[in-house]
Design a protein around this ligand. Structure first.
Ligand code: ADP
Length: 719
């Protein structure tokens, strides 16, 4: 053996070994990078899915809590009004609460008021009679004054328990009730059905692919979409990542690889604003992420064995796994897409996803087909923005529809109610809620929108409004009795005189009798007109949208309140030019608005020391940039004006400055609602010369419907 020949094979071996190691290292690195990429993609998709599901759950819960907040605020108002002895308003509110509870709307079982000593003072529950003591319950004690009492504007949410009034499993949402000087006066309790909540969650995520939970900030589960404890009541593990997030008060994502089958769960936790509640969505993804993890384990365990493999097998190995991982990634993408679709289809309303680019262009990315059930439009039709907008007859607030998505992208959650005309001609009120969910560095903003049918909810409100209308009728009754009395008394007198004359003077008295009979006929006509108007005013169905004569509506209203104004020594001046265009509306509704405004003005005049008690009802043609031809009606008085502090709250339900037992605070709310329903507007201001002025804007019905010239003088004073 030559000494020279020795190093060659050793060098070759070393070189070969180094090459093998290098290649193994490179292959390992390539596989690692690939798997890491796959894992990250699957993880992003998993978190995206969980995040969107949690977002949908948050929107659902927000809707319920919105209703709870309104009802609890109403309980506060109810207590204030009851203390003032305003029975009409209290009754209207109680009726509304009963209606909501009876319909189980939004899963609400009961609305109750608990007195300061802990006993139930009122409940919407019909079976409730005897006083029920709740002084030991957490949802009462949480609001007791003291350092531990929760702030007055915050809701307390109880753990699931059996209600003492309803005798049903409930979650109690409660809020403090204060008296007029801000002292503790009791607690408003809204009882929610935990089964209903679980059902809502299950609709969002109907199968075993994951679970949605509603969790109180201390970790108690209130409701769950799946599992034995669907109505909650159990507690999160103290050392769970979810609990760690709750303790820090933050929203976030986390994932866990669980058994069986190494399913990875991607979870997202979101806080429900203005409440002590979080929602958590956990989506199990068994595909790509789990496959990637298995591959990684195999790779690591097999690293030594791998070193023994030849270059060729290594290449083959790599290729096979790459194919496998690719297929898995594809399957994941498909599953996630299906899951997202299911999440969105399952919502009680209909959801969509859209993207607003940096230039402000809106692009719809996804819409759930449940939009068809709501609107009667196919998905493709619903995406056609101009066609969709053409079906919207009114929006509340009116200008909120304009730039809705841009505003949501800029300022956060936005909401608008729209009156929507379906292709079959039926109408419904849709509430559109839009919320930004993700902002991209390049300025794009992803938005989630949610469309729900709120027609029923609004009907419940109109029930209150109708009771306010009855209150107005009651208020007018005295004046009207007078109004009717006068013609009836004159008719009776004229008839008696006629009879007497005929008896005394025989046929000779006939011409005289005929004149008297004519007068009786005219008076009867007047009485009939008043009664017809009254009957129409009491009707709940106001009839179809029509081309209305503003002057006729103004005269109709003036006739109904004429007596009440005369009694208060108020002069009503009608300033109605003869050439006004007709407006889009319903005469009765317009009269109703004017009657409310006239009676409010009378009240203001009676209240102040005004030297002149005058109300001027004037109409003028106008042009608006948005709606074109219009008519502006103003009701101005010479009263003390509207207090500055009252101006921003004027149209709020139950807002009144009138003394106990006089105001319901619903009159202007009613006017506001009516004007919106007619596509018009209402505003209020104080006049520089003193007194209040209410301004109504009504859209003209169209050039063809111009009003025939009225014989009345431009300014006619009604005595
Ligand atoms: P209510 O008449 O039952 O109080 P409304 O909603 O009709 O309820 O009115 C709300 C409040 O608006 C009134 O209590 C009053 O303070 C104020 N207001 C309405 N009209 C006038 C007016 N013409 N002048 C001054 N204040 C007014």
């Amino acid at each position: 053996m030559s000494l020279d020949s020795l190093p060659r094979p050793r060098h070759g071996l070393l070189l070969g070994l180094a090459l093998v190691l290098l290649l193994i290292g490179a292959a390992h690195l390539a596989v690692e990078v690939f798997l890491d990429h796959e894992r990250r993609q699957a993880e992003d998709a998993g978190f995206d899915d969980a995040g969107r599901t949690a977002e949908a759950a948050r929107l659902t819960l927000l809707r319920t809590l919105d209703v709870v907040q309104v009802l609890s605020r109403m309980s506060q108002e109810r207590a204030t009004l009851a203390a003032e002895g305003n029975a009409a308003a209290v009754a209207a509110m109680e009726a509304l609460a009963r209606q909501v509870a009876r319909r189980r709307a939004f899963g609400i079982l009961q609305v109750a008021l608990v007195g300061p000593e802990g006993r139930v003072a009122w409940s919407s529950e019909e079976r409730w009679q005897t006083p029920v003591d709740l002084s030991d319950r957490a949802h009462f004690r949480a609001h007791l004054p003291g350092p531990d009492g929760i702030p007055p504007d915050r809701l307390y949410i109880s753990e699931p328990l059996v209600g003492r009034v309803t005798k049903l499993p409930t979650i109690q949402a409660s809020r403090v009730v204060l008296d007029e000087v801000g002292r503790f006066a009791g607690v408003a309790v809204i009882s929610l059905d935990p089964f209903d909540l679980s059902r809502l969650l299950r609709e969002l995520l109907p199968d075993e692919a994951g679970v949605i939970s509603v969790i109180r900030e201390d970790g108690i589960v209130l409701a769950r979409s799946q599992g034995a404890a669907a109505t909650g009541g159990d507690r999160l593990e103290p050392d769970s990542p979810a609990m760690a997030l709750l303790r820090s008060g933050r929203e976030g994502n986390f994932h866990a690889i669980g058994s069986p089958g190494g399913r990875t769960t991607y979870s997202a936790i979101r806080r429900v604003p203005d409440s002590p509640v979080y929602v958590a969505a956990g989506i199990a993804v068994a595909q790509a992420a789990a496959v990637a993890n298995r591959l990684r384990t195999m790779l690591r365990a097999g690293e030594v064995a791998l070193a023994l493999l030849a270059f060729g097998t290594l290449g083959l190995f790599h290729q096979r796994r790459q194919r496998h991982a690719n297929q898995a990634a594809l399957a994941t993408a498909k599953t996630l897409q299906r899951q997202l679709a299911r999440v969105l289809e399952g919502l009680p309303g209909s959801a969509y996803r859209a993207e607003l680019d940096a230039a402000g262009q809106l692009r719809f990315l996804y819409g759930s087909s449940s939009i068809t059930g709501l609107t009667g439009l196919s998905l493709a039709e619903a995406r056609d923005l101009p066609a969709w907008l053409a079906r919207i007859e009114a929006a509340e607030p009116p200008d909120a529809l304009q730039g809705l998505h841009r505003r949501a992208a800029r300022e956060g959650r936005q909401m608008v109610d729209v009156l929507f005309r379906r292709p079959d001609g039926t109408r419904c009120w849709l509430r559109i809620t839009v919320q930004p969910v993700r902002r991209h560095p390049d300025g794009r903003v992803e938005l989630v929108g949610y469309v729900a049918d709120v027609t029923e909810q609004r009907e419940a409100f109109s029930a209150v409004v109708n009771s306010a209308k009855l209150a107005t009728l009651g208020e007018m009754a005295t004046g009207l009795a007078h109004e009717l009395n006068q013609p009836v008394a004159i008719m009776a007198l004229a008839a008696e005189n006629t009879i007497r004359a005929l008896r005394r003077r025989g046929p000779e008295a006939i011409p005289d009798a005929l004149r008297r009979m004519e007068r009786i006929g005219a008076l009867a006509q007047r009485a009939k007109a008043i009664i017809d108007h009254l009957r129409a005013f009491g009707r709940t169905d106001p009839g179809p949208l029509d081309a209305v004569s503003v002057a006729e509506a103004a005269r109709g209203a003036a006739m109904l309140v004429g007596a009440a104004l005369r009694e208060a020594a108020v002069t009503l001046v009608l300033d109605l030019p003869p050439d006004l265009p007709r407006v889009r509306g319903r005469q009765l509704l317009l009269e109703q608005v004017l009657i409310n405004l006239l009676l409010n003005a009378r009240d203001a005049l009676l209240e102040g020391p005004s030297a002149v008690r005058r109300i001027t009802l004037a109409a003028r043609p106008a042009e608006t940039p948005a709606a074109g031809a219009a008519v502006v009606l103003t009701v101005a008085d010479t009263g003390p004006g509207i207090p500055a502090a009252a101006l921003p709250r004027l149209f709020d339900p139950f807002f009144t400055t009138k003394p106990t037992g006089q105001g319901t605070g619903l009159g202007l709310t009613l006017c506001h609602g009516i004007m919106r329903s007619l596509g018009g507007e209402i505003g209020a201001a104080n006049r520089p010369a003193g007194g209040a002025e209410f301004r109504l804007l009504l859209q003209a019905a169209g050039a063809a419907a111009a009003e025939p010239a009225a014989p009345a003088a431009p300014a006619a004073a009604v005595p």
